[in-house]
Design a binder for this molecule. Structure first.
Ligand code: C2E
Ligand code: MG
Ligand code: MG
Ligand code: MG
Length: 281
C-alpha cells in the first residue's frame, strides 16, 4: 500500500510541477510578446518635497496593458519575469523609456525633475548594468544626476562584495542610489556605511498609520535620525492622509510620496501634474 501511495503522491507532484511549469512558460511567452508588441507602459508617481509640497521627481512604475484584461500590476508578473530572465530585457526598456520621458520634461521647462527606476536583483547582478545605464544616458541625453535607482536591501545583501563594486561604478557615472522598502527586511545596518548610497526610502508599512501608531512613530524617528546623521536623504512612501504627512513633516522628512499627493499617473497626466507646478506658478 505504502509503495502505491508513494508513487501516486509522486505522480501528483509531477503533475503539479508540470502544470506550474506550463503556466510559467505560457507567461514567459506572453511577456516576450508584450515586450515585442509594446504592451508594457510606465506610470509615474510624484515625489514631493516634505516642506514645500512641490514635486522634485517621479518614480516610474511598470504596468502591463493587455487588450483583453486591462492593466496588470507588477506584483503579478515581475517575479515570473525575474525567474525566466526576461526581466533584463524589460528592465532595460524601463530604463530607456523612463530616461527618455524625464529628458522630455526637462526640455519642456522642468529641468530639475528626477526620475526613479526600480531595479530587480537579476538585472542588478547581470554583467554590465553600469555599461547599459551609461549607454542609455548617452542615448537619451539625460544628465546622470537626475537618474535614481531604487534597490532593496535584500538585493544588496545577496552578494555584498559584488554589489559594492557595482554601486561604486554606478556612482562614478553620477547616478543616485536609493534603498527601497527600508526596514522591511532583516539585514544589518552596517551596510549603510559600506555602500555608497544617497537615499533611504522608508517602507510604506511603517507609514500608513504613523499618525497614531506609537511603534511605527518610534521606528520612523529612528530611521530619519540615522539617515540624517549619515547625511542621507529620507523618502517616506505610502503617505495617504494629511495626519501622516504632518507627522513626517514634524521630523523633517525630506521627501514624501503616496496617494495623498497622487496615484501613479499615465505619462500625459504625469506631465500635466508637473506643469501645474512649474509653468503656471
Ligand atoms: P515599490 O517600488 O516599493 O513601489 C511602491 C508601490 O506602492 C507601488 O505599487 C505604488 O503604486 C504603491 N503606492 C504608492 N503610493 C501608495 C500609497 O499611498 N498607499 C499604498 N497602499 N500604496 C501606494 P506598484 O506600482 O503596484 O508596484 C509594486 C512593486 O513592483 C514596486 O514596489 C516595485 O518593487 C515593483 N516594480 C514596479 N515597477 C517596476 C519596474 O519597472 N521594475 C522592477 N524591477 N520592479 C518594479
Ligand atoms: Mg520603488
Ligand atoms: Mg517601496
Ligand atoms: Mg518594492
Amino acid at each position: 500500500h505504502s509503495k502505491d501511495d508513494g508513487r501516486n503522491g509522486y505522480e501528483i507532484f509531477k503533475f503539479e510541477m508540470k502544470k506550474s511549469a506550463e503556466k510559467r512558460l505560457g507567461m514567459e511567452l506572453l511577456l516576450r510578446k508584450a515586450v515585442f508588441n509594446d504592451e508594457l507602459v510606465l506610470h509615474y508617481q510624484p515625489k514631493v518635497g516634505g516642506d514645500t509640497g512641490r514635486p522634485v521627481g517621479m518614480e516610474a512604475l511598470i504596468r502591463w496593458k493587455r487588450k483583453d484584461l486591462g492593466l496588470i500590476s507588477p506584483a503579478e508578473f515581475i517575479q515570473v519575469a525575474e525567474e525566466t530572465g526576461i526581466i533584463v530585457e524589460i528592465g532595460e526598456w524601463v530604463l530607456r523609456e523612463a530616461c527618455t520621458q524625464c529628458k522630455k520634461w526637462h526640455d519642456e521647462g522642468m529641468p530639475l525633475i528626477s526620475i526613479s527606476v526600480n531595479i530587480s536583483a537579476v538585472q542588478f547582478y547581470k554583467q554590465k548594468l553600469e555599461k547599459t545605464i551609461e549607454e542609455i544616458l548617452r542615448e537619451t541625453g539625460l544628465e546622470a544626476q537626475f537618474l535614481e535607482l531604487e534597490l532593496t536591501e535584500s538585493i544588496l545583501m545577496k552578494q555584498p562584495e559584488e554589489a559594492a563594486e557595482t554601486l561604486r561604478n554606478l556612482k562614478a557615472l553620477g547616478v543616485k542610489i536609493s534603498i527601497d522598502d527600508f526596514g522591511k527586511g532583516f539585514s544589518s545596518l552596517s551596510y549603510l556605511k559600506h555602500f555608497p548610497i544617497d537615499t533611504i526610502k522608508i517602507d510604506k508599512s511603517f507609514i500608513f498609520d504613523c499618525d497614531i501608531d506609537k511603534a511605527n512613530q518610534a521606528i520612523i524617528l529612528a530611521v530619519i535620525t540615522l539617515a540624517h546623521n549619515l547625511e542621507l536623504n529620507v523618502v517616506a512612501e505610502g503617505v495617504e492622509e494629511a495626519p501622516q504627512l504632518m507627522y513626517l513633516q514634524s521630523l523633517q522628512c525630506d521627501i514624501v510620496q503616496g496617494y495623498y499627493f497622487s496615484r501613479p499617473l499615465e505619462k500625459k497626466k504625469a506631465g500635466e501634474y508637473l506643469q501645474q507646478y512649474f509653468l503656471q506658478k
